[in-house]
Write a new protein. Sequence first.
Length: 176
Amino acid sequence: MRLLKSTQAANLNLKQAKIFYRQAARAIVLSGEDILLLYTQKYRDYGLPGGGVDKGESIEVGLIRELQEETGAIAARVLAPFGRYEEYRSWFREGANVMHMDSYCYLCEIDMSLGERGLGEPRLEAHEIKNGMRPEWINIHQAIAHNEAILRTFANKGQSIDRETFLLKRIVEELL
């Protein structure tokens, strides 16, 4: 899959790092200029649905699982690969101090005739509920403007907002 961008947090020294590798999958679900995103109240940001791929799971199977869990998407399917976003960032779990994450992004579709705009009931994890995560259809330009405002003004920004804002802009450039 083509590399869209590779980033490294400024404070990292990869030569002395203990690196934890994570494969993630992210779904791009469009309906005109509306996009299905996750809004997280704790960080006040929008991001693509998706998350870590489980051991023994293909990226596409993990993508559909995450999309259904986080948004309640009904009859979801993968249409085409979009690109990969690679990042190295601080991490303090699994005995590591750096996480190397590859986010594989795919264009997907859901059956919009089912549920509420193709969505049923999400099955969020405890930390997602605690952070106030919820699925939302939103105009992609509004989501970008919102995230950019958060980047300028909100001190408690999440680690993923830079990635998510970059991806939203690339989606506009290439798919709309």
